[in-house]
Ligand binder design. Structure first.
Ligand SMILES: [Zn+2]
Length: 313
């Protein structure tokens, strides 16, 4: 069973530690070996600017792209996914490579400069998350106490992303920013790594109104394996908790709009059985027991595939 994972942070670890080996380093959650073991056929790699690089954001973005090109997408077992045609290649029956998509988590790295946006788009970035938890020049993140939406510069950024056809990611965005984006953007947005607030009341999760709006806009949501976004009682999170969020979103009419975005390498506690990408094999088994083959394939693969087949150049 093919699996598509829409968010991981291994790239920021590779940026900080040149000695880490993407092949099979035990200090990483996401490695080539584990992607293969879990049946992951497409992994999105987020550019996230680590603390040590905050003084030179765009340089950090470029260094991350370089790390991605040098250490991930240039491997013989990986295929850089930038276009519909790349997805077609990945789907060929004899093809065994793993697709690697590049995304940017937070507009911080673009330093308010739309030329930088166009440059990262040309380099192959295929989804833009507007913020991390705090505010930046474009918009407020979900933990920014004032709870604002977009700045004037942020609105220009949205318009330029729409013009480029660069998909937008609302994970981490403030509630006000979420609604403003839905109103202003001409594209269906995604939430690459967020869960349902009705099941776990964490601020990073999406309310029923937000989820319904994403579904109505033909957007997508990637369920994430952050234990404290899965259950609020501090108990150990399991695959059953993931399924509770999935059931809930299906109940809102989102069976064709939900997939996964693990947040591997962005977390320090893990879901039991889902500690790294190889765990997708167990998740797939649990899904097959509970849902039809068609639904299971949709959650793991086809719901993200259909979105990006419609959005990539
Ligand atoms: Zn994140």
């Amino acid at each position: 069973m093919n699996t598509w994972d829409m968010h991981c942070d291994v790239l920021s670890k590779l940026l900080l530690s040149p000695e880490l080996r993407f092949d099979d380093d035990p200090r990483l959650d996401v490695t080539a070996r584990r992607l293969k073991a879990g049946g992951v056929r497409l992994q999105a790699f987020a550019i996230y600017i680590p603390e040590a690089w905050r003084g030179k954001p765009f340089e950090a973005v470029l260094a991350s792209v370089d790390a991605f090109l040098q250490r991930i997408s240039s491997r013989a077992d990986m295929l850089f996914i930038r276009t519909k045609q790349d997805l077609e290649t990945l789907l060929q029956p004899q093809e065994t490579r793993i697709g690697a998509m590049l995304t940017l988590e937070g507009a911080d790295g673009l330093e308010g400069n739309l030329a930088y946006l166009r440059i990262v788009h040309a380099l192959g970035v295929r989804t833009l998350g507007l913020t991390w938890n705090e505010a930046n020049w474009a918009a407020d993140g979900v933990r920014e106490p004032r709870g604002g939406g977009f700045t004037a510069a942020g609105r220009r950024l949205l318009a330029e992303c729409d013009r480029l056809g660069l998909p937008l990611d609302v994970s981490h965005l403030s509630v006000k920013g979420f609604w403003e984006l839905l109103e202003r953007s001409t594209q269906p947005p995604i939430a690459s790594h967020s869960n349902a607030k009705a099941i776990c009341g964490h601020p990073r999760n999406l309310s029923n109104d937000q989820l319904r709006a994403l579904i109505a806009a033909n957007g997508r949501v990637g369920l994430t394996f952050v234990p404290y976004f899965l259950r609020g009682d501090g108990g150990e999170a399991t695959i059953d908790d993931v399924l509770r969020h999935l059931d809930h979103i299906c109940g809102l009419g989102g069976a064709k709009h939900v997939g996964f975005g693990s947040d591997f390498d962005g977390i320090e506690t893990w879901v039991r059985g889902l500690e790294h990408p190889a765990g997708y094999a167990m998740l797939a088994e649990a899904l097959e027991k509970r849902y039809s083959a068609e639904l299971t394939e949709g959650f793991l693969w086809r719901n993200w595939l259909s979105y990006y087949q419609g959005r990539l150049p």
